[in-house]
Design a protein. Structure first.
Length: 113
C-alpha cells in the first residue's frame, strides 16, 4: 500500500500484517522538488504529490507531482521501496497527466524502457 506525503513531496509504503498496518519504507521514493510556488504548513516547498495509480499487477506506480509539473513512474520493489523508471513533463498543476506519445508505448501501464 502506498501513500503520498503532500507536505514533504514523497511516497511512503506500508504493509498489511493480519489486522495491522506497518511502515515498509518511509520514504519509499526520493523527494521530488517543487517549483517554489507552494509551501507546506511547515514552510517547506512541496511538489504537491496528488493522484496516484498502481498497475493491476502491482509492479508499477505512477504519481503526479502537480507543483513540479511532472508525472513520475516507479517500479515497486519487494522491500517497499520505489525505483524511478520514467518521468515526463506535464502542464503546471495538471490533472490530465501525460500524452501517450510522451513516454509510453500506447499502454499506459507499460513505460518505454
Amino acid at each position: 500500500m502506498f501513500a503520498t506525503n503532500f507536505g514533504y513531496s514523497y511516497i511512503s509504503s506500508f504493509r498489511i500484517d493480519g489486522n495491522g498496518l506497518s511502515i515498509a519504507k518511509d520514504p519509499a521514493s526520493l523527494k521530488v522538488p517543487g517549483d517554489g510556488t507552494f509551501r507546506a504548513i511547515n514552510g517547506s516547498v512541496s511538489s504537491g504529490p496528488s493522484d496516484s495509480w498502481v498497475s493491476p499487477d502491482g509492479a508499477f506506480i505512477y504519481q503526479i507531482y502537480g507543483n513540479a509539473s511532472k508525472l513520475v513512474g516507479y517500479a515497486t520493489k519487494p522491500d517497499g521501496s520505489l525505483e524511478e523508471i520514467t518521468s515526463v513533463a506535464i502542464p503546471y498543476n495538471s490533472p490530465e497527466g501525460w500524452r501517450d506519445s510522451d513516454a509510453f508505448d500506447g499502454d499506459v501501464m507499460n513505460p518505454i524502457r
